[in-house]
Design a protein around this ligand. Structure first.
Ligand code: IVH
Length: 673
């Protein structure tokens, strides 16, 4: 056997292991994916020519081809434990109290705080650095042998790195499916008319329990290690935190949100910090785990039943709860879009009581087969509007009628139309429909539009219902007398509102355009229109061909704009607004010249995290005014990431892609130049 081939093969394997480590453990690849693939192909070619040199720990040997008929049982040499759960800060304080009194200590305890990943526990055994088997937790004593499937996961090393690992090392961790991979998998399932997974946890479990490893290999599974089990022939560090660092050095992936914290207050602060960025994390978590850092203290504290005394899970409020649909109503939005809304038995979910949840549209209702009377899972994640996620499987005990979209608008009784290929049904009543009128006026008055202080949604509805206003222009005819006659409106509030209306009379052109509520014309598009055409007349007179030349405006938006200014009732409202004394602040010729000269002209910027002084909207305004394009997601085309406190996955991604990261002070300095 020519030793040079052997050496070449070993060198390729080492390079591939190193690059996997950089990618999965350090989250910092230093070669492009294509280069990795090239090395991988090179290794496959050499192994094909020299099959006698193939070893089971070669990076080419991840996917076995023999499906199993069932999983073998594996007895855990050291049991896999569970954790006690708590739900409040007080419970965490009590946990800390128990620890301090058991240890007879007044000093602040050092903990390690870790996200509690929402997947399934796994134990992976390495002997002499080589992956020998992997088992699920099962009942804690006996699990299932899922080695074939675990081997297919790119983030799991088949061979440990370096040489300092113990001869026998069992690592414990969580197998999970990142949110993006889950969405993609369900998207595929929908396209193939297959059953979708309810959540990333179920998808991870289903993927790991495949008898055919070629199926698992196609699933986007990931692993984070959080503990060790059996350790023989070597020593691990004497703190939990350092053990995790050692695992990283061996090439095992560990979650990079894990932190050492001193004392119980720091535990709770960590919890709050992670809860705030829960939605930005690329994976689902359902709480925080606190673990006493010193292994010696862990040993002294010991266990109760199947859970350690030295660790606890502090759970987040559940994002999904069960409730029952009492009725379905149909709401009409500003553009006439009709949204089915479920009225629910009130349920506490995601930290608030929810009694209405969106059903999105009719095709979602059909897809989920939701009916009035069903037991459903209500989901409220972060600030997102609560939604009916799905029907509780097997809960429908009697025949229930299908939900039907009304053929007439529930507010104005105009026909409802559903355009072929569009999911959304619309009321055709336009501004004849009082719901659309009210929504249009709410939008007109909103903070990013005309910013009319004191004109909230409820008040607009009241004014429309009492026929005091029919359009945005009518707002400027309201008198203190009209307003103070309204129920729940004092004279002082009436005066304030009339003043606020007067103050709003000099909007910037972009705000005015945005306030008009032209379909699909958001703030950015409005600003681009203002910068391009400088005056309302300019925008009004722009042709379809001129409009599609403007940054960010495609054929659909251009068509909406042209259509808007062709409608006589829209022109009437605009004229009435101008007659009422609205003075639009046009963009001066010189202003756009200035625009082109800033450090941000034409640059694409993403904003993330909490900035020390400015709100994100204020920062965005400044950047847009300086000619930047503000985008929501980081890509190779991003020029800068403006990152504040608690910047999450966007920061990681920007760093990975080499995007320049600036802070608020940096941005202001660049604007000043
Ligand atoms: S430690 C001795 N750390 O939670 C302690 N568990 O309720 C053993 N889990 O079965 C577990 N993230 O599946 C630990 N950072 C983390 C975790 C974690 C998720 C899961 C794990 C375990 C369950 C216990």
């Amino acid at each position: 056997m020519p030793t040079s081939i052997n050496k070449q093969i070993e060198s390729l394997r080492e390079q591939l292991r190193y690059h996997s480590y950089r990618y999965y453990v350090l989250d910092d690849p230093d070669i492009p994916d294509a280069e990795y693939d090239r090395l991988h192909k090179q290794l496959i070619a050499l192994e094909d020519e020299n099959p006698e040199l193939i070893t089971s720990d070669s990076p080419t040997q991840r996917v076995g081809s023999t499906p199993l008929t069932s999983f073998d049982q594996i007895q855990h040499q050291m049991p896999m434990l569970s954790l006690d759960n708590v739900f409040s800060d007080d419970d965490v304080l009590a946990f800390n109290q128990r620890i301090q009194s058991r240890l007879n200590s007044e000093d602040a305890i050092e903990y390690v705080a870790e996200p509690k990943l929402d997947g399934l526990a796994i134990s992976i055994r390495y002997e002499k650095g080589e992956l020998i088997y992997a088992a699920t937790r099962g009942d804690g004593s006996t699990g299932e042998n899922v080695t074939q499937n675990i081997r297919t996961m790119q983030s799991v090393p088949l061979r440990l790195l370096g040489g300092n690992y113990p001869q026998v090392l069992e690592v414990r961790g969580e197998v999970f499916m990142p949110k993006a991979g889950f969405e993609k998998l369900n998207q595929q399932a929908r396209e193939n008319e297959e059953k979708e997974f309810a959540n990333p946890r179920n998808a991870a479990a289903g993927s790991l329990r495949q008898l055919d490893p070629t199926v698992t290999a196609k699933r986007p599974l990931n692993l984070y290690c959080y503990a060790v089990g059996v350790v023989e022939g070597g020593v691990m560090a004497d703190t939990h935190y350092e053990i995790l660092q050692q695992l990283k050095d061996f090439g095992l992936p560990v979650c990079n949100e894990i932190k050492r914290v001193l004392g119980v207050d720091a535990c709770v602060a960590y919890y709050e910090g992670i809860l705030n960025k829960r939605d930005e994390l690329p994976y689902d978590i359902d709480g925080i785990v606190y673990k006493v850092n010193a292994i010696e203290l862990q040993r002294r504290l010991g266990f109760v039943a199947r859970a350690p005394r030295w660790a606890i899970a502090h759970k987040f409020p559940a994002q999904e709860e069960i409730s029952k649909i009492i009725a379905v109503d149909f709401q009409v939005g500003r553009t006439g879009a009709i949204t089915p809304v479920a009225r629910l038995e009130p349920v506490f979910v995601g930290g608030v009581t929810v009694s209405n949840a969106t059903l999105h549209n009719m095709s979602e209702i059909r897809r989920k087969d939701v009916r009035v009377g069903d037991q459903v899972i209500v989901r409220r994640a972060g600030d997102v509007i609560p939604e009916v996620a799905r029907v509780v499987p097997g809960s429908r005990k009697k025949l229930l009628a299908e939900i039907q979209m009304p053929t007439k608008c529930p507010v104005c009784e105009s026909d409802v139309e559903q355009i072929e290929g569009e999911a959304i049904a619309r009321c055709t009543g336009g501004l004849f429909c009082s719901a659309q009128r009210a929504e249009a006026i709410k939008h007109f008055a909103s903070r990013k539009a005309m910013d009319i202080d004191g004109l909230g949604d409820k008040l607009v509805e009241q004014l429309v219902d009492e026929n005091l206003i029919g359009s945005a222009a009518d707002l400027y005819q309201l008198t203190i007398k009209d307003l103070s006659a309204l129920e729940r409106m004092g004279e002082k509030s009436a005066i304030n509102l009339v003043n606020a209306l007067a103050v709003s009379k000099q909007p910037k052109l972009s705000r005015f355009i945005y306030a008009l509520g032209i379909r699909e014309v958001g703030e950015t598009t409005a600003r681009n229109l203002a910068n391009e055409f400088k005056t309302l007349a300019g925008i009004q007179g722009a042709s379809y061909e001129q409009l599609i030349e403007v940054q960010d405006i495609g054929p659909v938006v251009a068509q909406h704009i042209v259509h808007f200014f062709q409608q006589a009732h829209n022109l009437d409202v605009i004229n009435q607004l101008l007659d009422a004394g609205i003075e639009i602040q046009n963009v001066k010729q010189s202003e756009s010249e200035v625009l082109e000269k800033t450090a941000f002209s034409g640059k694409t910027i993403v904003i993330t995290g909490t900035l020390p002084n400015l709100s994100r909207d204020e920062a965005k305004d400044k950047l847009l005014a300086a000619g930047a394009k503000v985008s929501g997601s980081v890509s190779a085309k991003t020029d800068y990431l403006l990152a504040g406190d608690k910047a999450g996955s966007k920061l990681t991604r920007a760093e990975k892609l080499g995007v320049q990261v600036i802070d608020e002070a940096g941005m202001l300095a660049m604007l000043d130049k």
